[in-house]
Write a protein that binds this ligand. Structure first.
Ligand code: HEC
Ligand code: HEC
Length: 221
């Protein structure tokens, strides 16, 4: 077949249009992160940071390096309404099932980064540290690290990291469970724990975890 018959049979423009059609059908997760999906889900980077590491001093959490199943479960919870949030609910609803799964996998494989600047956590016997490390057994509150891992770095798909997340984000979650606006946790574990915490407890333990490094020193990423 000569070049002339080839271009007559398949004009270049048609090829481009066909390719553009495929691209439009499934927006790549990296494009959703940077630009949104074009129908209601805004660019994730605008709030969660260019590298997905959240914004210290805001209520925008780190997504980078969190477990993919956890991230997807949270997006599903925002979409279904078991996790109330006026910002994330419309965004999660505007993503279809495949987009939610793919953006979760995309953020899960991004490097965690060093996270918070250590050193502002307060001494080991400060109230926040005591709750985090030992809990308060008189109220049946176990130490947070028993489930969230050493230093709060997170364990598997069930127990998300607390280390290095913005203090305002952590405290918003604890208040949300207390108020019943976040109801998606398995066995109501966090609903029970947060109901035993005072406002001062929440502030102290959130500040303590926010000041912990986001990863263990020996981990590669
Ligand atoms: C306008 C700001 C904004 C944009 C844009 C945004 N988010 Fe969020 N996101 C938030 C806020 C605020 C929270 C905390 C909500 C809460 O307190 O429950 C959050 C929480 C989350 C969580 C829960 C994290 C956790 O640790 O439980 C996930 C997952 C998430 N966002 C994913 C995304 C994805 C994916 C996108 C892009 C499609 C996105 N977000 C775009 C503001 C935003
Ligand atoms: C018995 C196990 C357990 C203990 C102890 C525990 N947690 Fe949790 N925590 C969980 C589970 C499970 C989740 C995930 C809930 C979900 O899937 O939405 C969670 C989630 C969280 C989140 C939300 C993180 C995010 O990314 O949105 C915060 C904040 C939190 N816990 C704080 C604490 C604090 C503070 C303590 C100690 C006072 C604590 N947890 C003790 C089981 C536990």
């Amino acid at each position: 077949m000569s070049n002339r018959t080839l271009s007559a049979a398949m004009p270049c423009g048609a090829v481009l249009l066909a390719w553009a059609g495929i691209a439009a059908a499934a927006t790549a997760p990296s494009a959703i992160a940077a630009q949104g999906n074009g129908h209601g889900a805004m660019a994730c980077q605008g709030c969660h940071g260019a590298d997905g590491r959240g914004q210290a001093g805001s209520a925008f959490p780190r997504l980078a390096g969190l477990d993919a199943h956890y991230l997807q479960a949270q997006l599903d919870a925002f979409a279904s309404g078991t996790r109330d949030n006026p910002v994330m609910q419309p965004i999660a609803k505007a993503l279809d099932d495949d987009e939610r799964a793919e953006i979760a996998m995309y953020y899960a494989q991004l490097p965690t980064g060093a996270g918070a600047v250590p050193g502002k956590a307060g001494a080991g016997d400060a109230p926040g540290a005591r709750l985090a490390l030992q809990g308060r057994w008189s109220q049946q509150v176990p130490g947070c690290v028993q489930c969230h891992g050493p230093g709060g770095v997170g364990v598997g798909s069930g127990f998300p990291p607390l280390a290095g997340q913005p203090a305002a984000y952590l405290s918003a979650q604890l208040h949300a469970w207390k108020q019943g606006t976040r109801r998606n946790d398995p066995l109501q574990l966090m609903q029970h724990i947060s109901s035993a915490l005072s406002d001062a407890d929440i502030q102290a333990v959130s500040a303590w975890f926010a000041a912990q490094p986001a990863r263990l020193p020996e981990t590669a990423r």
